[in-house]
Design a protein around this ligand. Structure first.
Ligand SMILES: Cc1cc2nc3c(=O)[nH]c(=O)nc-3n(C[C@H](O)[C@H](O)[C@H](O)COP(=O)(O)OP(=O)(O)OC[C@H]3O[C@@H](n4cnc5c(N)ncnc54)[C@H](O)[C@@H]3O)c2cc1C
Length: 553
């Protein structure tokens, strides 16, 4: 019996995670990727002996990774508990390195990073955030003793949000408004709908601590002044399972996912830009995706098509308007896009820098916080000052750079391309300004003289290379009005067998979220194809019982 065919457009972490899951569900899956290698935002740039992860560097929830590497062909393991009891005890996971589960270790080694972040303030002082309650309290006391009591209250409030919003509801797919209305009272009771920064300000007086406990959504493209306080859960996700690094870089994790996908029988096809999703049906009637047409004109048929590409790109560029009743061009245009970033990849000589006062992950905050965020997200202008996230993986894994050198990237949040900024002019200028800052402020002494490699990407890279509308860095902006039911749906409202997976759909951006998204989308596909309802609903009692043959559907 022949298997049902699935096509995934794009090999970002969400696309690969879904590919593994679909092979496990019994589909015959092909991933068509525009670029010459996998990863999407997690693409790897290699130059002069340096290895640069171009995107995600902070890995959280290693259990999600272990779950993917544990999947077996045709096992349909969608009913496994999402948060099994054995992963709920955080102690060892953060500190001792017991993070790579046995199945992960066959593909990639994942180790914990401490501190999670060193957060530098503009006056040169810093906060080492490592999730340890005593270290955290000691540093809060040194900054503002009165905020200790606020921290205790913040901790309790964030934990309540984490318990309800992540552990209980994290995997909820909001396909209709009723599913949203059901949980709204709880979220209001937990104060989780208030903007995060305003939530944090209720607990901390010190502007420094307000920044420490609100900056995290920036790592997934969210404005702390606007994202709902449900994002306070990130604090707890990190505290519960730590922050991790894949030895060899995030690219090593991506390669592990590709290997797993191929071992399960999936097919990767690179240099294959999809130009069109082929649809049949009438505007007001049922519409089904028949397959895809590549930019070179070749056609491929499928029983189910999933786009891991950008939301706006998928609907506006790949599907003819006559097949879109809900996701019309106007809706797509009105959907808010996340900020963008300038990322500078650089390699530098490390001799004499043994006591570099930097850690693996460094957040270097500028002199202004609220004003800067407003300029980036709302006014969409290039600010005179900046904040940055400086990543130096070779401090943990020397193999990322040639001997005697460090590999680094620094990421500067900037407005997306709705700004009209000419990045051919401003990109090199901002790059120079940022590198000069790192040198003059003493973060990396004599940096310019030490540089042996340097390149950068701007919002134009996200728009032109990754097909992200307005050069968004992180997909659809995470704000309350674009969350849950109001976020693009994983199962298309327009076309019966078309799905989305990745940062723009539910639950949102960031590597753990897109892995969750893959599971949620796989569940929707399984429902649509009548693959073992028990398993999909999470009540299946055994794998054998739930073993699906897609061909039977
Ligand atoms: C610089 C940076 C740093 C980040 N840091 C972190 C971090 O530390 N931790 C974290 O959790 N998250 C981080 N993120 C966010 C995280 O990287 C993303 O949320 C996640 O990787 C997105 O995955 P995705 O599945 O949505 O796919 P994407 O990575 O967006 O990939 C989509 C893929 O689709 C392909 N594609 C698009 N259109 C087509 C087409 N028409 N035909 C064929 N292929 C197509 C693209 O080439 C791309 O490969 C970061 C993001 C960036 C940009």
């Amino acid at each position: 019996m022949s298997r049902k065919k699935a096509i995934i457009i794009g090999s970002g972490i969400g696309g690969l995670s879904l590919g593994i899951r679909l092979q496990s569900l019994g589909f015959e899956t092909t991933i068509f990727e525009k670029l010459d290698a996998p990863g999407g935002r997690a693409y790897v740039r290699k130059a002069d002996g340096f290895v640069f992860d171009m995107g995600p560097t902070v890995l959280t929830v290693p259990h999600f990774i272990e779950e993917l590497f544990s999947l077996e062909k045709d096992a349909a393991a969608l009913g496994e508990p999402d948060f099994p009891a054995e992963i709920m005890d955080p102690k060892d996971r953060i500190k001792t390195g017991i993070t790579s589960g046995p199945n992960t270790l066959k593909y990639v080694k994942i180790i914990p990073i401490l501190p999670f972040y060193r957060i530098y303030f503009d006056d040169g002082t810093y906060f080492d955030y490592d999730g340890d309650p005593e270290n955290t309290r000691r540093q809060i006391e040194a900054i503002e003793p009165e905020d200790l009591e606020g921290y205790d209250r913040f901790h309790d409030a964030a934990k309540a949000i984490f318990d309800r919003g992540f552990i209980e509801l994290g995997y909820t797919y909001f396909g209709d408004i009723f599913s949203m209305l059901k949980v709204a009272p709880d979220l209001i009771r937990l104060d989780a709908v208030r903007p995060l920064f305003s939530f944090v300000k209720r607990y901390f007086k010190s502007p420094k601590l307000q920044q420490v406990f609100s900056f995290e959504p920036l790592l997934v493209g969210g404005n702390p002044l606007k994202v709902p306080a449900i994002y306070a859960m990130i604090h707890f996700v990190e505290k519960t399972w730590g922050i991790h690094f894949a030895m060899g870089g995030t690219g090593a994790l991506v390669n592990g996912f590709v290997r797993k996908f191929e071992e399960l029988g999936g097919t990767m096809q690179y240099n294959s830009e999809v130009a069109k999703i082929d649809v049949e049906g009438a505007w007001l009637g049922k519409k089904t995706a028949q397959g895809i047409t590549l930019a070179d004109g070749t056609q491929h048929t499928a029983d189910v098509v999933i786009s891991n590409g950008d939301y706006a790109h998928t609907y506006s560029k790949l599907i003819e308007p006559k097949y879109r009743l809900i996701n019309q061009d106007l809706k797509v245009k009105l959907t808010g896009q996340s900020m963008s970033i300038l990322v500078i990849y650089f390699g530098f000589k490390a001799d004499g820098l043994e006591d570099l006062d930097l850690r693996h992950h460094n957040i270097i905050l500028g002199p202004r916080y609220e004003e800067l965020l407003t300029e980036i997200f709302d006014q969409k202008v290039l600010s005179p000052d900046f904040s940055q996230y400086l990543h130096i993986p070779s401090l943990t894994d020397p193999s990322m750079a040639p001997p005697g050198h460090h590999a680094a990237y620094t990421l500067v949040p900037v407005p997306n391309n709705a700004s009209g900024i000419d990045w051919d002019i401003e990109g090199p200028k901002l790059t120079d300004k940022v590198l000069t800052f790192l040198e003059e402020r003493g973060y990396i002494p004599d940096l310019k003289a030490r540089l042996v490699y340097q390149s950068h990407v701007t919002p134009d890279y996200f728009e032109g290379t990754l097909n992200s509308y307005l050069g968004n860095g992180f997909g659809v902006e995470p704000v309350l009005t674009q969350s849950a039911f109001f976020r693009p749906h994983n199962r298309s409202e327009d076309i019966s067998n078309l799905y989305l997976v990745g940062a723009s759909s539910q639950p949102g951006g960031g590597t753990p979220s897109v892995m969750m998204c893959a599971k949620m989308t796989a569940r929707e596909i399984a429902k649509n194809f009548n693959i073992s309802a028990d398993v999909v609903n999470g009540v299946g009692s055994s794998r054998a019982e739930s073993k699906p043959e897609v061909a039977k559907v």
